[in-house]
Design a protein around this ligand. Sequence first.
Ligand SMILES: *Cc1c(COP(=O)(O)O)cnc(C)c1O
Length: 443
Amino acid sequence: MSTNQSLKPLTLHVNSEGNLQIGGCDLVALAQKYNTPLYVLDEHTIRSICHDYKEAFKSYPKVNMMYASKALCTEAVSAILASEGFGFDVVSAGEIYTVYKAGADMSKVLFNGNNKSFEELNLAIELGVGRVSVDNFFELSLLNEIAKSHNKVVDILLRITPGIECHTHEYIQTGHLDSKFGFDLTQIDEAVELILEQYKNLKLHGLHAHIGSQIFETTIYADEIEILVKELARLDEKFALKLDEINVGGGLGVKYTESDVPPSTYDIAEKIITSLNKNIEKYGIEPPALFLEPGRSIISTAGVTLYTLGSSKQVPHGKKYHAVDGGMADNARPSMYQAEYSAQIANKPEAEIAQAVTIAGRFCESGDILIKNIQLPEIEEGDILCVYNTGAYNYSMASNYNRVQKPAMVLVNNAQDDLIIKRETLDDIVAHDIIPQRLQKND
Ligand SMILES: *Cc1c(COP(=O)(O)O)cnc(C)c1O
């Protein structure tokens, strides 16, 4: 059992008031104190999954854990992961800057992405990012130029597409052959030749792959390892090139609904380490350092979102809708990939189930439905809905659609609640607007 297999934060229970509480904090009281929608993050659950990963992989001597920041990148979250000894996989200047401001060891940061800009690569070099995972030929040449202008040799990996299909939603598959990410296996030799012969300001350390997200199969990790190890052996033979790092990406799934059964960190570690040892032997290479980049599985379970229930509508002979004060702008996943969620009413979690209802968002799109057909007790206006497993890819994908302010985020631990992201104000909403002089009223 590992933390990603839990639907709810580990510290969740019903308190003596009959309300849900997390990290020793009453969720109804948090909703009153900070208003809703509100993201709540349980520190104990985050630290627990970090521990699960470290325990699961401890039998392989050279393991490096990196947190894929895109799942949820804030300074406080980065500080927690850094204190657990994690490095960071980052994909933009904004993420680089956030982990830098949080005091992360920049040598443990990997910059990844399929179209990094000149400014972003420049910032990565200036702030001492440890590795750049180069995605394509254009970037190889661009990065070499920038490195040369800084008089530096930049440490890189090559992002490759291993040609593995995993059974997850099409939008979150990344390792299949016609993916937009990375070098095709047939392009690696040309990239390596360019690095060895022309791009003197780049130093290649290893290969990087990432096969997808919300993965429930464990065998594809074994397949991925074999492809990476085989490539290391082949490149050594062909170019006498000793590469000693492989990065297998992230992707471990989480439990959004009761019917989801993701594998544990221990299950994937067993598959990865067994395959690694077997293939090291088979292809006769020195054991490489292993890098993992979990995002979702680190942060999803720790997060919940609190909403206040408002209006409702009974379609004659049809559905019963209840609307909340948030929706697709704070959680894009249901409208973007038909993602499913589970929820309870925080102020009466143990009340008898009355009906199947549909939870609608407040945004002006018919597709803004958060949860279809969920069994809940009788709902009254003002009830607080607690949606589980919203730590990953919720705040990080949030928008200001309909010019609604982004919610606040609170970190809870040992009965203490700390604001880690302020709720946006109306002035934040107009902060970047400019009215041209000629349109301004001059009376
Ligand atoms: C998105 C991504 C991850 C994290 O994926 P999760 O499914 O959130 O674990 C890791 N590595 C790379 C390269 C990614 O693009």
